[in-house]
Design a protein around this ligand. Structure first.
Ligand SMILES: [Zn+2]
Length: 167
């Protein structure tokens, strides 16, 4: 029993316990998609089962760049997968593209809220407030502005860990 407990990896900084980590791994698997046709594919596929593109050809481009490109996709389902994946990965380079995506689709509140959530995760991994502040001021939907403003009142995870005075 004691041995089992010691065997569980706990990442205090990331706020993840073992089951969270498993859930996250499962989600990443769910979120893998072809960089050519954007169909959902197994994460370790070498060739896309849908469009038969060799996925090795895409290795020049970083995975983050591919996800950022997918934010331009016409299907909201494809954009949504990219939004979620960028958040989980804590991609700081995606902040501005995510803000632009939210502003391009002002009436899509669900997408706007998901973008705010991803920006929260990116901020937690060590970024500043610029992106969230922009949405809290300029997004057309009040629900999106409100959620962004609420997150701005919280301290990001990386600051909570180092600044005990605010606990
Ligand atoms: Zn494909």
């Amino acid at each position: 029993m004691e041995g089992l407990r010691l065997g569980v990896k706990v990442s205090v900084a990331a706020g993840l316990d073992a089951s969270e980590a498993r859930r996250k791994e499962w989600l990443m698997r769910e979120l893998a998609f072809c960089q050519n046709c954007y169909a959902r594919i197994p994460i370790d596929a070498a060739i896309c089962p849908h469009c038969h593109t060799s996925l090795r050809d895409w290795q020049e481009k970083t995975y983050a760049d591919c996800l950022i490109d997918a934010l331009q996709h016409l299907l909201s389902e494809v954009r949504m997968r990219a939004i979620i994946a960028l958040g989980w990965r804590g991609e700081c380079v995606a902040e501005k593209p995510l803000v632009d995506c939210a502003l391009r689709h002002p009436i899509d509140v669900i997408e706007g809220l998901e973008i705010v959530n991803s920006l929260r995760l990116i901020r937690d991994s060590g970024s500043d407030d610029t992106a969230l502040r922009h949405l809290s001021l300029y997004h057309a939907a009040r629900a999106v502005r409100t959620m962004a403003a609420e997150i701005l009142r919280e301290f990001p995870l990386w600051q909570k860990g180092t600044n005990l005075a605010h606990d």
